[in-house]
Design a protein around this ligand. Sequence first.
Ligand code: CA
Ligand code: CA
Ligand code: CA
Length: 226
Amino acid sequence: MNPSPYISKIITATLICLSCANLSPAGILFQDGFESPPETVGAAPSLWTANGTGVNVVADVLNGGVGANSLLVRGGVERRLELDAPINIEDTNSLTISWIWRQNNSFEASDGLKGFAVDFGNGYETVLVDMGVANGTNTSYDGTTITLENDPGNIATPFISYSVTIDSSYYTSATTMKLRYTTYSGVDAETSNFDNITVTAVPEAETLGLLLMGFTILIFARRKAK
Ligand SMILES: [Ca+2]
Ligand SMILES: [Ca+2]
Ligand SMILES: [Ca+2]
């Protein structure tokens, strides 16, 4: 069946309409599993800056990590890990930041994931704290720090999932976001691992509306042509 000139015009108009709209970067905005870009095992991660030594990519297929490598973070002092390049978050409706993390050995109540922080342009703010045994979470952030149980675990854990969603009503006009992780343990041999750090975005509602309008017009035009 050849499309009628009428349908062709509608399709062209819809495509122009959509291309003029400020289409948002839906889906994955950032992901790092410490395999790509190619990493050197034993060296610092390529996309992040750490304070001092003790934050290195390791070959790791243990305990539910993703891919060949993960990021080992030693204890001994507070270790900070900051993403070098800000993530573009323009025209997103909400963001979900997720990662997996495990502790390898005796973390007491004062050791652990001391802070996951984001910077929307006004300085870092602490989103989540999980001291003691790794608890993991799937929750949302609206400006109040998410504080997980600070329990005296003294045990190793498998990788545990963290997922935090932030609505655009919170970050409003911000166009970029930076990420920072801080861990703490008083003893160097008390280590933890990060893997699969991912930021996904939901597009603005108005973009979804435009797409929906475009499809509706197409369906209407096809029915009319029959
Ligand atoms: Ca990995
Ligand atoms: Ca300790
Ligand atoms: Ca905890």
